[in-house]
Design a protein around this ligand. Structure first.
Ligand SMILES: Nc1ncnc2c1ncn2[C@@H]1O[C@H](COP(=O)(O)OP(=O)(O)OP(=O)(O)O)[C@@H](O)[C@H]1O
Length: 296
């Protein structure tokens, strides 16, 4: 199966500053991939590299087996909904669909019209007069009606209220089920991704901290709580992701494929949010700790 996104030592710098460093990923197709990280982590940079809007400063990236944005056939395979789901304020909903039809060879007009009708959007209404949620749905409609193999969305729900957020994510998941799309979606809110994603990439301070199928990540990460212990005394096959201690007690989030036999530990499962926070909590090279917004 062709990988949806492969990156090898990928990096991008703006001036002297690296926005993405040494990024190596191999994401199989058929997933809804959540790209999560705090503000400034490099999410937009990675997505812009994947959609061909930026060129790498180091390493390489292929998307669906081709170089991003290289040829029209490659452009047709990838849909992109940019941050803040931009639309043209002076154009009507119907104008947006006409533009979509003109610019995209694989345009599915019936799908676009049907979706607009189901959403209850007036085709004559100017995009500038739509609510944020309606504008996001219009942008999503255009992205889906292009009938891409991969849809990339950069923080599409960041500006939406919780209800509009849920409706947007529902619409996206329906499209995934109906049209067998692969999706890469960025957010700095774990809760947006928790319901939708089956593959996770955590990006912090321009580096990939962890990537993999959500099910596998949740099955191999555990919380250990027990008497205070130095992390260096844990078995070699238990990779410590995060550690916290009180005078008498230690709590570790570890990654391991092996069973945990030590009777000193209380072992508990962790959720996606705990997993993301553990990777974000891991001190970066410069010792600073990034913050993640967690909303329910
Ligand atoms: N055009 C640019 N010129 C210079 N620096 C940039 C540019 N775009 C991004 N950066 C810097 O690169 C880093 C990564 O930015 P990027 O927008 O990729 O992060 P992000 O994870 O998408 O953040 P956010 O969640 O806030 O959208 C940041 O430090 C940012 O300031």
């Amino acid at each position: 199966m062709t990988a949806v996104l492969q990156a090898q030592g990928l990096g991008k710098k703006y001036g002297r500053r690296w926005a993405l460093t040494d990024c190596t990923l191999d994401i199989p197709s058929g997933h809804v991939v959540g790209l999560v990280g705090p503000n400034g982590a490099g999410k937009t940079t990675l997505l812009n590299l994947a959609s061909g809007q930026l060129a790498p400063s180091a390493g390489s990236i292929t998307v669906l087996g081709g170089r991003p944005g290289a040829v029209p056939a490659q452009l047709a395979k990838v849909g992109f909904v940019a941050q803040d789901t931009p639309t043209y304020a002076g154009l009507s909903v119907a104008d947006h669909l006409k533009l979509g039809a003109r610019l995209n060879p694989g345009w599915d007009d019936a799908l676009a019209r049907d979706r607009i009708e189901r959403l209850g959007l007036d085709p004559a209404r100017k995009a500038g007069r739509l609510s944020g949620g309606q504008r996001a749905q219009l942008a999503l409609t255009i992205g889906i009606a292009k009938r891409p193999e991969l849809l990339i969305l950069d923080e599409p729900v960041a500006a939406l209220d919780p209800l509009a957020r849920r409706e947007f994510m529902q619409g996206l998941l329906e499209a995934v089920a109906e049209h067998r799309l692969s999706v890469v979606l960025s957010s700095h809110l774990v809760s947006d991704l928790e319901r939708a994603c089956d593959y996770l990439v955590v990006l912090v301070e321009s580096r990939v901290r962890v990537a993999g199928e959500v099910e596998e990540l949740l099955a191999t990460h555990h919380r250990l709580t027990g008497p205070r212990r130095d992390p260096g005394r844990l078995p070699a096959d238990q990779h410590v992701v995060s550690a916290s201690h009180t005078d008498r007690q230690s709590t570790f989030i570890i990654r391991t494929d092996a069973p945990i036999h030590d009777p000193a530990w209380t072992v508990s499962q962790i959720g996606l949010e705990d997993l993301v926070l553990a990777y974000m909590d891991r001190p970066a090279d410069n010792g600073r700790r990034p913050t993640l917004e967690v909303q329910r």
